[in-house]
Structures are given as C-alpha cells and as structure tokens.
Design a binder for this molecule. Structure first.
Ligand SMILES: Cc1cc2nc3c(=O)[nH]c(=O)nc-3n(C[C@H](O)[C@H](O)[C@H](O)COP(=O)(O)OP(=O)(O)OC[C@H]3O[C@@H](n4cnc5c(N)ncnc54)[C@H](O)[C@@H]3O)c2cc1C
Length: 315
C-alpha cells in the first residue's frame, strides 16, 4: 500500500505530467470521479444535483501550498467566487480552505487578512441556511497557526469551523478545549506523517485516537456546550459505532454529521443518507485537479484502473 501511495504521490508532484493532464478535458474520466469541474458554475450544478440526493457540500477551490503572490490572489478569487454564488436561498454550505493556499505559505499576516476577508464575505451573503468557513488542517507546522486563526475568527463572531487530526497526540487537548467552547469540528484521521514524539504512526493507534476523540465530541457535555461534530471519514466500522454512540447520548442526525470525499465510497454515502444521517460531501472544483485526484487514487489501489484509463485516454 505504501509503495502504491508513494508512486501516486510522485505522479501528483510531476509538473510536466500535471500540465499535460490538466490541459485535457477536465470533465472526463479521473477528474470527473473526484472533482466537480473547472469552474464555480460546475460546483454549483454538482452541488444542486447532490442536494437532490440528500447531500450537503463543502466547496474546495483546488490549489494548495502556494507562495507566489499571484497564485495566492487567484486562489482567494476562486474561493470568493463560490461565496458569491450563494444566492439567498436555503443553503447548507461549508467553504473549505487550506491556510497554505491563501497566504500562510508566504507570510502569516497575508494569510490572516485573506481568511478574514473570505469569512466576512461569507457572513455577509444572504442565506436562509448554514454557511461556514471550514479550516482544513495541514502539516504540523500549520496546526498552532490554524488554531489561533480559528479563535480569532470566532472571537469576531464569524462563522468558522476547524479540522482536527486524530494522528496528532496534541489533538486530545485541542478537542477538549474546542468541545468546551461549543465549536464546529471536523475530525479526520490525518493525511500527513509526524514525528514519533508528536504523532501516532500505526494505523490501529490512529484509529484508537479517532474513536477516543469522537467519543469526547459526542459526549453529553459537548452537546450541552453546543458543539457540532463533523466526522470526516470513510471508515465503515467507526461510522457504525458513532451512529450508536450518538443515539445513546441523545444526539439527533443533523446535530452531528458525516463528511466524505466526493467520489469515494459513493454506495456507503448514499446508504447513510437513506438511513437518515446528515452527510456532507467535500466537493473540489478548479483547474488544478491532477494532484488532488491522483492522491485520492493513491489512497486505494482499487482505483488503479482510473489512472491507467486517464493516462491512455485522448480526452
Ligand atoms: C471531508 C474530509 C476532509 C478532510 N480534510 C482533511 C484535512 O483537513 N487534513 C488532513 O490531514 N486530512 C484530511 N482528510 C483526509 C483524512 O485525514 C484521511 O487521510 C482520509 O479521509 C482517509 O481516512 P479514512 O478516515 O477515510 O479512513 P481509512 O482507514 O483510510 O479508510 C477507510 C475506508 O475507506 C476507504 N477509502 C479511503 N480513501 C479512499 C479512496 N480515496 N478511494 C477509495 N476508498 C477509500 C479505505 O479503503 C477503507 O476501506 C479529510 C478527509 C475527509 C473525508
């Protein structure tokens, strides 16, 4: 598995291949499986279709770790386009943002200013439903800054939520604090590797940490404090356990939710909706689709055929 994932990460980082793939029709094959399309209009169309099937969405404008001021500005513009597309009706939209895509990879002041401008624009959009800026969590060097950014936005009354990674040892203390303050938290296992001092590396340890943190998030105390748990996972066993725990502790679907990546385990996604759960899909859009899509393929060797098809197809 590690070998396969490593190979896919190399493909994701190959600049010539990225350019070559992204110049082809971005709405076919591999891209279409994991990404709404190149434009914000593609996001809107796909999000509406998903809504008809019972899903809410998290919009993500593709483009991570950029230190070039022009690219940062383009990312901010892409994110603001989705905020501007909120049309005043009933929405339930999370706008997911990587701090490294909007300035933090260049300097923190710029990153903070850009995040505030996006959060303020989001807060100002007329909408009958929920609209939240969800801060994604990146490598360890970003964790303290992202937590500080989350508090600063929250202290200004802006609609903000944060992602916490179960693979980090510090997350138990972070969840404690966030649960007591009634935050909206998306719990994920973590897509990065840390040092032994700061992180769990073995899969059973990461899963055990996920279960413990999720248990705290679904506690009666957390519910009383107004916490809103979002479980970002495709792990069927963990999902089944959390559904039972939620019922036991008096949570109703919608007070907590599950979030999965668009295109990953669609049958499981639909079965949860059909079973009455609130499910959100993380739906990326934008032209930089190759590194994102190929990393998803790397997470499951079952997807090998998608790469083969993408590399040989002419469209
Ligand atoms: C909504 C959302 C937001 C996320 N945001 C962040 C973030 O901000 N920071 C961060 O570090 N990580 C983030 N992640 C990634 C996360 O940390 C994990 O790396 C990823 O979700 C895989 O973990 P899992 O919980 O699905 O469990 P796993 O144990 O990895 O997988 C559970 C099951 O799902 C299947 N599966 C998982 N991925 C795929 C795939 N691509 N294709 C087919 N099957 C698959 C596995 O084969 C397995 O059967 C996010 C994930 C989600 C769903």
């Amino acid at each position: 598995m590690k070998l396969w994932q490593g190979a896919m990460i190399s493909l994701a980082r190959n600049e010539a291949l990225t350019r070559f793939m992204q110049e082809r029709a971005p709405t076919s094959g591999l891209a279409a499986r994991f990404v709404a399309g190149p434009e914000v209009a593609d996001f809107v169309v796909t999000a509406r279709r998903l809504r008809e099937h019972g899903f809410s969405t998290s919009a993500f404008f593709l483009g991570e770790y950029v230190a070039d001021p022009e690219k940062i500005a383009a990312n901010v513009q892409g994110i603001r386009a989705v905020v501007a597309a909120i049309d005043g009706g009933e929405v339930d939209l999370h706008v997911s943002v990587d701090p490294s895509q909007i300035g933090y990879a260049l300097n923190d002041g710029l990153g903070e200013a850009n995040t505030f401008s996006i959060a303020e624009a989001l807060a100002d959009r007329p909408a009958a439903g929920r609209k939240t800026l969800m801060l994604d969590m990146e490598d360890e060097s970003y964790v303290p800054r992202t937590l500080a950014l989350h508090s600063a936005l929250g202290n200004r009354g802006l609609p903000v939520a944060i992602t916490i990674q179960a693979y980090l040892r510090r997350s138990a203390a972070d969840i404690e604090h966030l649960a007591a303050s009634g935050a909206t938290v998306r719990l994920v296992k973590g897509a990065f590797v840390g040092s032994p001092q700061t992180a769990f590396a073995a899969r059973p340890d990461i899963d055990a940490s996920y279960r413990a943190l999720a248990g705290r998030m679904l506690s009666e105390d957390a519910r009383a404090a107004g916490m809103r748990p979002v479980f970002g996972t495709h792990d069927e066993a963990i999902i089944a356990e959390l559904r039972k725990l939620a019922r036991r502790n008096g949570w109703r679907p919608g007070e907590y939710e599950f979030e999965m990546l668009f295109g990953v385990r669609p049958v499981l996604q639909q079965s949860l909706v059909d079973g009455g759960e609130a499910v959100r899909l993380y739906l990326p859009f934008g032209r930089d689709w190759w590194p994102y899509a190929i990393r998803r393929v790397g997470e499951s060797p079952h997807n090998a055929w998608l790469v083969a098809k993408a590399l040989v197809s002419r469209n």
